[in-house]
Each structure stands twice: as structure tokens, then as C-alpha cells.
Design a protein around this ligand. Structure first.
Ligand code: GDP
Length: 500
């Protein structure tokens, strides 16, 4: 009957067309079932192949996850110091590095890698992130049990420990193509004994660039445990690896949908964070007919005075056909109609501008702008809102991170986004939103950029550090051909690449 069809339709929608598995408890993770009510855009439905792959993954995670006999067996094998062939389960352990945006991007990259290589993703969650995210996989846990994990000092190993992949290559602890890491012209074979685990350091230092070569993937395929240390969205660098190409094409027929679907699948704010998000949204943003998110990130290396940044925001808005409503200095020209109950709006409804920034200055300026001037041409009422301005990044503080995550989600519920170049905080918001943002360009060397901003070619994050200078089977890991076929140079960073 129509009623049950409607219910079915809604159930399908709230799970994003089957992206999320049904049957999880609604109340232990409210965001998982409610976020679909808030997003304004649904640009991509997941491919049937992605859905199959996710369900297979979930079954594997239940079989191999912490608390299972197979997990106990794998930990014993890890203690033994050697990888063995024929183990049913192999793992990739995500380690935290840098701020929240960076972490979410390396998490989804690690998860896609787990999908591609039949591994199980476990996360080593530090106390600063203890109550941020829900469990994403039904009937199991993704949390690495830290107390009995045999590798010491997990959170303090840094970018190039002795156990990093290249250190092991250099010390011939792992052998690719007969032992000479420089000579990897043909198919690779790792000679026994294969270490029980390898640390892959894929952060901005890019210690282990060879990871992105097919021959090294063959060698790493024999290692039962990988420890992933990264602050990057490294998905674009998986595309040129021949062994992954077909699968990636089937998983994401539109490359641009990769981060969008992976983030919506994997990341769900915990109830505490969801409370912040929904209270703020209903109090300040819901009443407007349109929401515009503006994310302003000021990095030390490219800082400029507040007035210059504010002018850049306004110039960007004008360049992009008035993302922010223009104002009219002539009060009489305002066309807002007010009804007898005091309500009213312009011809174009009302706008809520949500500011996310560590500082209060841009909020103050924009709020004054719309207090002192009416919006032009029936632009209606304009409200300006900013949930927090903590002044400094405090990644070690759980309450700070909860608010940062809440703001990422509030941004992602916007119809339109203006974000800051080079900022993973902004990248994650855009991908979650399913919006191609307008990106404010960075003031390299503290010089205000001539072009204030660019419209992004896709909602995909930029991989800020692709493995440049790395040779794979005698060919560069990042070469012109791949650039043309899979990725483009990022709008905001000429050394970075992104899917489009
Ligand atoms: P990125 O440094 O811009 O790439 O983004 P990250 O999220 O990785 O790191 C920046 C961190 O600084 C965030 O995780 C927050 O802790 C903090 N931060 C930066 N911008 C904001 C903001 O607009 N709002 C809040 N609440 N925190 C922010």
C-alpha cells in the first residue's frame, strides 16, 4: 500500500539509497538516521558495485573485528614478528595525525584502501577523539583495543620511524624485485620472512611514497598488519595504480563522488556532537530560506590582516555572482515586505550566513554589514551566525574537537559554500555537503591574491602532497598522463591534485 511504500521510500532515503546498512540502533547514533533530513544536496547515488562491496566489507569486519577468534589469532601472529600466508584476516590500523579535517580525510582514504585490498580498518582513537564519531559498521567495532595491542608507543611514532616502509626497504627487511629497492623494473616479490607489520607514513612528509606503486602494493599485500600514518586525502594517488583502476571505476562511476560517498558512509557524529549540530541548526539556520556557509581559515604561513581578508571575501562574492547578498546604501530602495504580524521577507526569501572560523572578526564585520544596510534587490533578511571562535586550534581537547566537528556538519547543511584554500576542514564540509565550493585563494608569502577565489571543478578534496619524485616500474608515480586521465591540478594549490 501507499503508506508502507512511503515509509519504505523514506527508509531508503535516510540510508542514502542503501549506502548505509539498515538495522543499526537509531538512538545510539542519531546522526546516522537523521543527517539526510538536513543535507540540501544528493548529487550521487551509490553504484550497485559499491553497495555490494560495502556489505561484503561489513561481513568481513564482523568476522575479523576485535573480540572475534580470528582477531585474537591475528594479534598472536602480530606478536610473532612475521606475517604468514593464508591468514583469513588482514588489517590497516589508522593513526591520528593533525587536525580533525586531516583526520577524517585520512580515515576515508584508509577505508577505501581497505575496500580495495580486502583489509579491515581499525582506528586507534586517542582520548581527544573518544566521543566524536559513532561506530560505522553494524554488529562490530572499529576501535582498536589499545590496551593489548602489541606495538608500543602507537601515538608517538612520527613520520619516519625504523618500522616505516622505506626504512624496511633500505634495511632489506622487505624485498621488492629481488632485493634492490632501486631496481623495481618488473613484478615484485617479497622474500620471506615478511615482517608482521609495516608502518606506512603517507603524511605531508611523504616518507613512504613508493606505497603508491603497483609493485610495492604486491609486496605490501603479503603483510598482515599495516599501520597508517597520514594527514592526507590520498585517494587521487590510488587511481594511477594499475591494479586498482578497474575496481575504482566500478566503485565510483563518477570520480567526483568518491569522498562524498565515503564520508557519508563512514563518518557519523556521536550523539553529543549531534546535539550541538541540531540545536544550533534549528535555533539559527532553519528559519532562513537559504543557508550560505563561509569557512575562513588563517594559516600562519599565509596570514594577512583582517581587513584584507574581509575585502577578499567580498570581492570573491561579487566575482561569483553575489554569493553573499549585496547591500544597498539607499534605505528607500529596500523591497522587503513586512506583514502585520511583523514577519516578512524579500522577493528572494531570507538568508542565513554561517561563519566558521577560529576568530570573531569576520562575523563582526558581516553582521554589521547587514545590520547597517539592507540587502539589495529584494535580497530579504540576512542573518549572520557563528557558533564558536576559540581563537586557537586545540586538537588535544575533546570539547574543542566536538565543536569543530559540529561546525563541519553545520557547514555541510548549506546550499552554497565559500571555503578557504588548503584547508581540509573546508574540504570535508564541501564533500559532505555534495557542493562544489568557491575556494578563497591562499595569500602565499602573505600577499593578497589577485584573484580572490575560484569555483572548484569538483567537490573532491585536494591531495596536497601527491608522491612526486617517486619512480614506479621506471615511471613517475605522478606523471602527465595520469594527470590528464585521473586528476587535475587543484584550484588552490599547484602542487596538489584532485579527482574531478
Ligand atoms: P586544516 O588545518 O584547515 O586543514 O583543518 P583541520 O581540521 O585538520 O585542522 C584545523 C583545526 O583547527 C580544526 O580541527 C579545529 O580544531 C580548529 N579549527 C580551525 N578552523 C575552525 C573553525 O572554523 N571552527 C572550529 N570550531 N575549529 C576550527
Amino acid at each position: 500500500n501507499a503508506g508502507s511504500n512511503a515509509t519504505k521510500g523514506r527508509a531508503a532515503d535516510e540510508l542514502f539509497g542503501g549506502l548505509l546498512a539498515p538495522g543499526m540502533d537509531r538512538w545510539s547514533c542519531r546522526s546516522r538516521y537523521q543527517s539526510s533530513w538536513y543535507y540540501k544536496h544528493f548529487p550521487y547515488t551509490p553504484s550497485p558495485h559499491l553497495l555490494r562491496k560495502l556489505r561484503t566489507y561489513e561481513a568481513r569486519h564482523r568476522r575479523c573485528g576485535p573480540g572475534t577468534p580470528l582477531y585474537a589469532k591475528s594479534v598472536e601472529q602480530l606478536k610473532s614478528g612475521r606475517s604468514v600466508e593464508g591468514m583469513e584476516c588482514s588489517y590497516i590500523v589508522w593513526l591520528p595525525f593533525e587536525g580533525l579535517g586531516n583526520r577524517m580525510l585520512s580515515m576515508v582514504s584508509g577505508f577505501l584502501y581497505a575496500l580495495l585490498t580486502d583489509r579491515v580498518l581499525l582506528v586507534a582513537m586517542p582520548p581527544d577523539s573518544a566521543d566524536l564519531f559513532c561506530e560505522p559498521f553494524p554488529g562490530t567495532t572499529w576501535l582498536l583495543p589499545l590496551e593489548d595491542f602489541p606495538v608500543a608507543n602507537l601515538f608517538g611514532l612520527g613520520p619516519s620511524p625504523d618500522i616505516s616502509y622505506t626504512s624496511l626497504l633500505n634495511n632489506k627487511k622487505i624485498v621488492v624485485d629481488g632485493g634492490d629497492p632501486a631496481n623495481n623494473a618488473t613484478a615484485a616479490v617479497a622474500a620471506p620472512p615478511v615482517p608482521s607489520y609495516v608502518y606506512v607514513s603517507l603524511g605531508w612528509q611523504m616518507t613512504d611514497g613508493p606505497f603508491f606503486c603497483g609493485e610495492h602494493q604486491l609486496a605490501l599485500g603479503q603483510v598482515n598488519w599495516l599501520l597508517l600514518y597520514s594527514d592526507l586525502y590520498f585517494v587521487p594517488s590510488l587511481y594511477p595504480i594499475a591494479e586498482f583502476q578497474d575496481e575504482l571505476r566500478r566503485l565510483f562511476p563518477s570520480k567526483e563522488s568518491a569522498s562524498h560517498l565515503l564520508l557519508r558512509y563512514l563518518i557519523h557524529p556521536a550523539n553529543t556532537v549531534w546535539g550541538l549540530v541540531t540545536r544550533y541548526y534549528h535555533s539559527y539556520l532553519a528559519p532562513a530560506t537559504k543557508r550560505i556557509g563561509v569557512q575562513i581559515r588563517m594559516f600562519g604561513h599565509s596570514s594577512i590582516p583582517v581587513d584584507d581578508m574581509y575585502n577578499q571575501i567580498l570581492a570573491c562574492s561579487r566575482q561569483e555572482h553575489n554569493i553573499l547578498p549585496e547591500t544597498d546604501d539607499d534605505e528607500a530602495a529596500t523591497t522587503v515586505t513586512v506583514t502585520s504580524d511583523g514577519g516578512g521577507s524579500g522577493n528572494n526569501g531570507s538568508t542565513a550566513i554561517l561563519i566558521a572560523s577560529l576568530y570573531g572578526d569576520y562575523y563582526e564585520r558581516l553582521r554589521s554589514r547587514y545590520y547597517e544596510h539592507a540587502a539589495k534587490d529584494g535580497g530579504g533578511w540576512v542573518g549572520v551566525f557563528q557558533p564558536t571562535h576559540d581563537e586557537r586550534q586545540a586538537t588535544e581537547n575533546l570539547a574543542h574537537n566536538q565543536k569543530a566537528l559540529a561546525e563541519i556538519y553545520l557547514l555541510s547543511f548549506s546550499e552554497e559554500l565559500m571555503t578557504s584554500g588548503l584547508s581540509t576542514f573546508g574540504y570535508v564540509s564541501s564533500s559532505l555537503a555534495g557542493v562544489r565550493p568557491t575556494i578563497l585563494l591562499t595569500a602565499f608569502d602573505h600577499k593578497v591574491p589577485e584573484t580572490p577565489c575560484r569555483r572548484a571543478v569538483s567537490m573532491e578534496p585536494c591531495n596536497l602532497t601527491p608522491p612526486r619524485g617517486v619512480e614506479c616500474r621506471g615511471k613517475a608515480a605522478v606523471d602527465g598522463e595520469d594527470l590528464a586521465a585521473h586528476v587535475e591540478v587543484c584550484e588552490d594549490f599547484h602542487d596538489g591534485v584532485k579527482l574531478f
